[in-house]
Ligand binder design. Sequence first.
Ligand code: 3HC
Length: 659
Amino acid sequence: MPEIRFSQSVSARREQGALVVTIDNPPVNALSAHVRSGLMAALDHATDLPTITGLVITGAGSTFIGGADIKEFGKPPMEPMLPEVIDRIETFEKPVVCSVNGSALGGGCEVALACHGRIAGEKAAFGLPEVKLGIVPGAGGTQRLPRLIGTIAAIDLIGTGRTVNVSEAVALGLADGTAADPVAAALTLLRELGAKPLRRTGLMAVPTVDAAAVSAAEAKVLARARGQSAPVEAVRLVKAAGQVDLKQGLAEERCTFLRLRDSVESAALLHVFFAERAAGKIEGLETVSPRRIETVAVVGAGLMGAGIAVSALISGCRVIALEQTKEAAAGARDRIAETLDKTVRSGRMGQDGRDDCLARLQTTAEAADLATVDLVIEAVFDDLQVKMDLFRRLDGILAPGTILATNTSYLDPDVIAAATTDPTRVVGLHFFSPANVMRLVEVVDCAKTAPDVLASALAFVKRLGKLPVVCGVTEGFIGNRIFSAYRREAELMLEDGAVPDEIDAAFEAYGFPMGIFAVNDMAGLEIAWARRKRQAATRDPAARYVEIADRLCEAGRLGRKSGRGWYAYPNGERTVDPEVTAMIKAARAAKNITPRAITAEEIMGRLLKAMVDEGTALLAEGIAARPGDIDLVMINGYGFPAHKGGPMFTAQQGKDLKS
Ligand code: 3HC
């Protein structure tokens, strides 16, 4: 049968008496204006074909429909609008079944919800991730999903924006069935549906449910929202579905969608979405092929090394963990197995997956076992001499094509690379702890790193399912340099009149999960203390230096590990300690500083300014390539609230508002 074309991205063919409509709008089959008009034209065409049994809608490539075209947001609206297309599908006189070949997200899921049947291919996934973009579903998702799967499950899916796989979709009743050939199965379902009255989702009643269960589901979502408004609005709309008729519910949903689409929160989250996609793209690397990385060695399997090993195992790599002794190697295996067990307990992996990972793990105390690996990541003690000795030794053992990565946080990777005969194969991979959980990895492009080594490091980090951000060499790279800058500002404020608890409270009220001093206590104060001692000789004597942290360390207050730091922890509870308050007062008195009250607004203003000033310096020095990269580091490594877009975005917003 010849293909019938309805628009540049929508075509159809007649098959088994039905019209099989295919959306082909790469890269993700977003619902751009030409897709919407093409779908309308296909429905018009089907109306004129009295003999067809109905329509099957499917997507070309690996996605069903990736949602509304977010690149159209902020542009003048173009008819037909998505709710009209969806209404037309739902009220169509003949059955419409979707063959969900890949992800059905946002508007894509809403198209599926309006169809009279849904068949999931093996790679299908369903989700309404709008809240992750600071909006709510705008084409019926909040009204149809609870009708189909119930209010509780709808609150969970829409309020968190999480995506469900095929088996969960079938269990929830979101998909009617699954098939290796979903188009064939959709055609079969179409014939079956033709014999019965059509089940139109929008006309179904929302199943009644216990009010306490709804409140519990709502509370779960709101606890995660941390000041973000889209999840709150989404839950409100889902609950309304059980209380008002479809027309009213859809009108309220659309109105909320349009209001949130123009919000700063949505602009911030869209900025993060696009920044994440841009981060992996490095100018000059477009045509460079990465090296193949299948076997990875991790040297030093402490907490960090074990986390890296687990990530690599989960991604399907073979892993060799090198320790100094046989006993330590056995301990490494236990640590890695324990981390995998935790992953199983959290439900993120099955027992088979865990066993498969352990089967790909080798632990050893023999460096010679690393001779043929593709990549070595060192995660040994952060000491320059230790790392240089290790790299010198490995350089003599490894095959010439092996990439050598250092996980140093503060040392100069160029100096470490200089210990090898081939510094072009050295790159920095700065993971954040716990490495199997944290998404961010700073990929350090050292002075002599070869382009294909950098491309390989990027590809490897993406294979781990993590977010790579490339940066140049500087002490602390992007994240820790900015962290040092705002921690210094926080300490200056202690001298000026604030106490740790006030600064942490302002920081947490802004949306960070934990205050600066509480984070320091958790990480331990001794590493920064050692650095300050190292830097003492070269410090500018004219620059203001706050000694309070030194006094704490001298008093044995090294953070939570030592039982006390900036705070005391009786029964594990973070508590203001009068001893620290007295030390702060003494430090002010020693410098003749008269303390003044500092408002939460001033605290956050000064901390943000410190972040932005350091970020601006990193851009000027060429250490960071884009403001968005800095925002990603702060969001994914330091807990900056994503719905505020990061410090550089916030600063730009401030400038835009003034101009
Ligand atoms: N609209 C426009 N472009 C989109 C898009 C969308 N919905 N989703 C992804 N893209 C673009 C990306 O920006 C990227 O462009 P680039 O190549 O120029 O950088 C390209 O498609 C590929 O994206 P990914 O790198 O993310 O591709 P993956 O294969 O890794 O992932 C995906 C595919 C799972 C579909 C992922 O892109 C994704 O999660 N997209 C967003 C889905 C979403 O949030 N949909 C809801 C949109 S809002 C909505 O539908 C409102 C409705 O209720 C009215």
